[in-house]
Design a protein around this ligand. Structure first.
Ligand SMILES: Cc1cc2nc3c(=O)[nH]c(=O)nc-3n(C[C@H](O)[C@H](O)[C@H](O)COP(=O)(O)OP(=O)(O)OC[C@H]3O[C@@H](n4cnc5c(N)ncnc54)[C@H](O)[C@@H]3O)c2cc1C
Length: 248
């Protein structure tokens, strides 16, 4: 059976829409940094499980997840009530396309995220292999309100001349109100950071956000000489949706 029951070891609320939880790690569970796994609850015996990117790195003895709280959501309406000591079900098979295997080595690695799409990048920015593969890592995180800037203090503490962090907030006053995707497309991002314009020959992009942002950025990159990683070969950009629009 791929699912095992794991104990919740901590819960952290970021905003009325987002929270993180840490759990014990199944003993047989292996994954690549940047991958996702399904986790779930059995409220009336029947498993309700959803995909979650793993925030914690693969050398940690615990697992961490960053979650949305959808008030009517079958899983998260319940997951948001979970407390330390409760249990969740964790699948032991991880997968995903936001790992180092899905991108060619290069100069600067741009990690463009929105909302809970930050999760896999929290893992990657703490992976030493990433800094062996790229000269610099630029993490862009766009949210609507300031409290949704999950892990802001932790990320700021990690920043140095090789890790840049660009938080942006679109619906509340904030020093950077633009969407990350717009900053990238207008080139303002590179000017602000004092970096060369992103160039498909040298630089790489990973995208994890809402389905519209993923689509918009993928289309833009493909029209500007970037190559998406597919089964035909490893390119210079890769994406994962942070969620699926079931009702659209
Ligand atoms: C590859 C992959 C990785 C994912 N990783 C994460 C993750 O790390 N953290 C996370 O919170 N969710 C993640 N999701 C979404 C997650 O699988 C669930 O959809 C989410 O937990 C809500 O579950 P639910 O049963 O409450 O509602 P669902 O019925 O699954 O979703 C209801 C609606 O809520 C909206 N929604 C769902 N998830 C989100 C979200 N994350 N942000 C904004 N709106 C959303 C969508 O409009 C969706 O149609 C991921 C999804 C995929 C496909």
């Amino acid at each position: 059976m791929p699912y095992s029951e794991q104990h919740v070891t901590s819960v952290r609320k970021w905003s009325d829409k987002t929270f993180s939880l840490t759990t014990t790690r199944p003993s047989n569970f292996q994954f690549e940094n940047g991958e996702f796994v399904t986790i779930g609850l059995r409220p009336e015996g029947k498993l309700i499980a959803r995909a979650y990117s793993i925030v914690s790195t693969n050398d940690a003895d615990y697992l961490e997840f960053l979650s949305i709280h959808v008030p009517e959501g079958p899983l998260t309406s319940r997951l948001a009530q979970v407390r330390e000591g409760d249990t969740v079900w964790v699948n032991s098979k991880a997968t995903g396309s936001l790992t180092l295997k899905y991108i060619r080595p290069g100069r600067n690695l741009y990690l463009l995220s929105s909302g809970t799409g930050l999760a896999p990048f929290m893992c990657l920015i703490r992976d030493p292999e990433v800094y062996k593969t790229f000269e610099r890592v630029i993490l862009v995180h766009t949210v609507r309100t300031v409290p949704e800037l999950a892990y802001k203090a932790e990320i700021e503490a990690l920043t140095n001349e090789r890790l840049f962090y660009v938080p942006t907030v679109t619906r509340e006053p904030f020093k950077t109100p633009q969407r990350g995707a717009d900053l990238f497309r207008t080139g303002e991002l590179f000017t602000q950071l004092g970096l060369p314009q992103a160039d498909p020959e040298h630089d790489r992009v990973m995208i994890c956000g809402n389905p519209d942002m993923n689509k918009e950025m993928s289309t833009y990159l493909e029209h500007h000489g970037w190559v998406f990683t597919t089964h035909r070969g490893v390119g210079n950009f890769t994406t994962e949706k942070a969620f699926v629009l079931h009702n659209s």
